[in-house]
Design a protein around this ligand. Sequence first.
Ligand code: HEC
Length: 182
Amino acid sequence: MSQNSRTLMTGAVAALALLLVGLAAFSFSGLYNVAADAPHAGVTKALIAAIRERSIESRSGDVVVPPLSNHMIADGAAHYDAMCTACHLAPGMAENEMRPGMNPKPPVLWRFKHGDPREQFWVIKHGIKMSGMPAWGMTHSDEEIWDMVAFLQKLPLLSPAQYKAVVASGGEHHDHDHMDMH
Ligand code: HEC
């Protein structure tokens, strides 16, 4: 190794060590504000969004979508109404007292045009770390999650009255005691 490349190596190692020490010092200093009401810096927000999108895209790619039939929609609606509306609202539902304080704030899903069913399935099953979005796959079968995906595909088209009707039609065959790990 020449003198020059040795100097370069030493410099690079020193810079890396300094970076790690700085990172550790920052982490333990308490300088980072974890308060939910302190907005992320623009660059942090962009970075988190990019990581989330690429992570979901690359993991949901080989999810195989089953036929999403009409009878699944009512069951999915009942599940959605019981488990998701506190965070994601529904047609005819006003803002609540929890959502404005959440960071990230959960998207209002009925305002979305139909999302990719593979990504919806993956997100509902596995959740999203450090966001409040739970992994429903811990307590629900793939079949139940596909019911919710089938419903989400219809959700943006529903009026408040149609939403109520489809929830009521699904509620008949469910009790929402989800602690039984059926
Ligand atoms: C405690 C709050 C909470 C509950 C309850 C909740 N979610 Fe979420 N959900 C979130 C948050 C927050 C995000 C956004 C995460 C992010 O941006 O990193 C999210 C994201 C999502 C997304 C991705 C939306 C997109 O960006 O394309 C879907 C789909 C979703 N949730 C479906 C559901 C379903 C279905 C249920 C009910 C079974 C549910 N969520 C229950 C908080 C919640």
